[in-house]
Design a protein around this ligand. Structure first.
Ligand SMILES: [Zn+2]
Length: 325
C-alpha cells in the first residue's frame, strides 16, 4: 500500500509517497481504511524537526485519522500510553513515559490503511461527513484536557482563548461554551474574528484585548501573547498552556505570580477518558467540527504550508488520494 513517509527533516520535499508493506491486523486489532487526515502543527514539527528532539524517523505523519472499519465510519484516538505503568493505571496516559501520539511517536494515518487496537476506534455521529470528523480528535482532546482536567473549569467562569481561530482555539471556545462560560478569544484578522464570534466568543485583536478579570486563559501562542494573557487574569486566575507557536521563552514576573496568586499550568494532549467525554459532547451536538479546507493527501506539503502561514480557521483536512499499486 502507499503511504507518505518522512525519512529526514526538511521542507515539503521530504514528504515522499512510498510503497509500504500491507499492514495486517493481529488479535484485538482492526484495519482502518483511511479516507481523511486532519492536520496539526505537530505534523509540521515532525517534518521540520525540533532541535534536541528525536522523532525516530522514518515516520508516517498524520495524527487525526478518519476512515472506515468494515464499512463503519470511525475516527481514531490520537494517543495512548503503555497501559501498565502507574500513570496509565491511574487513567493518566498522557503522563506515561511511553506515551505515544499517532504520527509523532508512532506511525500515523497518511496511508491507505492503518492497523490499530480496536479500543482506539471511535464511532462517527450519524450524518457527520468523515472530512468533518477528521477535524476533531487531537485538537478537541487537547482543549478538553486543558480546560476540564487541568484548569478545572467551573460553570459560568470567564475564559480567554488566545489564538481562538486555531485548531485548539475553536474547540476550547466550544468546550467553554458547553460549561456556560463567558468566552473571549483573540484572532489576527476581521474574517477570523467573525468566525470565532459565530462560535459564541467575543473576539479581540491580539494587540487590543479588552477583557480583564479572566478566570482561565488558554495559551498556545507563547512569546507573543504571554504578557497580555497574564495581564488579563484576575487575582487567583489560572493560565493553562499547551503550546508555544510564536516562541517558547517568556518573561514570568514572580511578583505578579505571587501577588496575583496565579496558577500556571502545563498541558499536553489528554487522557483516553478525556477523549471519550469530549466525544460524547460531539455525539450530543454540543461541539461541532470546524473545517477550513479539504485538500489532497498527495499535496500534503501544500496543505501544511497553509497551516504554517497561519491562514486557516479551524482545521485543514487532506482527503485520501494516494496512487494505488
Ligand atoms: Zn504507561
Amino acid at each position: 500500500m502507499k503511504a507518505i513517509v518522512v525519512r529526514e527533516h526538511g521542507g515539503p520535499e521530504v514528504l515522499r509517497i512510498e510503497e509500504l508493506p500491507e499492514p495486517a491486523a493481529g488479535p484485538g486489532e482492526v484495519v482502518v481504511h483511511v479516507t481523511h487526515v486532519g492536520l496539526n502543527h505537530l505534523d509540521v514539527w515532525v517534518r521540520r524537526g525540533v532541535p534536541g528532539h528525536d522523532f525516530h524517523l522514518p515516520r508516517v505523519p498524520g495524527s487525526d485519522v478518519a476512515g472506515t472499519v468494515d464499512g463503519r465510519p470511525v475516527v481514531l484516538h490520537p494517543s495512548w500510553g503503555c497501559g501498565s505503568c502507574a500513570a496509565c493505571l491511574a487513567g493518566r496516559q498522557n503522563r506515561c513515559r511511553h506515551f505515544r501520539i499517532r504520527g509523532e511517536s508512532a506511525d500515523g494515518g497518511c496511508a491507505e490503511r492503518v492497523v490499530v487496537p480496536a479500543w482506539q476506534v471511535l464511532p462517527v455521529p450519524p450524518g457527520m461527513p468523515l472530512s468533518d470528523a477528521a477535524a476533531l480528535p487531537l485538537a478537541l482532546l487537547t482543549a478538553w484536557h486543558m480546560l476540564v482536567a487541568r484548569a478545572r473549569l467551573q460553570r459560568g467562569e470567564r475564559v480567554l482563548v488566545q489564538a481562538g481561530a486555531s485548531g485548539v482555539g475553536v474547540y476550547a471556545i466550544q468546550v467553554a461554551r458547553t460549561f456556560g462560560c463567558e468566552v473571549h478569544a483573540t484572532a489576527s484578522t476581521p474574517a477570523k474574528r467573525a468566525r470565532i464570534e459565530a462560535l459564541g466568543a467575543t473576539a479581540w485583536p491580539y494587540d487590543a484585548v479588552g477583557v480583564r478579570d479572566v478566570d482561565v486563559v488558554v495559551e498556545s501562542v507563547g512569546k507573543d501573547t504571554w504578557a497580555s494573557s497574564v495581564r488579563a487574569l484576575r487575582w487567583g486566575g489560572r493560565l493553562v498552556c499547551c503550546g508555544a507557536t510564536s516562541g517558547a521563552e517568556v518573561p514570568l514576573g514572580l511578583r505578579t505570580l505571587f501577588f496575583k496568586q496565579l496558577d500556571v499550568l502545563g498541558s499536553t494532549m489528554g487522557t483516553s477518558s478525556d477523549m471519550l467525554a469530549a466525544w460524547a459532547c460531539v455525539h450530543a451536538g454540543d461541539i461541532l467540527p470546524v473545517v477550513d479546507e479539504v485538500g489532497s493527501m498527495r499535496e500534503l506539503g501544500a496543505a501544511q504550508a497553509r497551516l504554517e502561514a497561519r491562514e486557516v480557521v479551524g482545521k485543514v483536512i487532506v482527503a485520501q488520494d494516494l496512487p494505488h499499486g
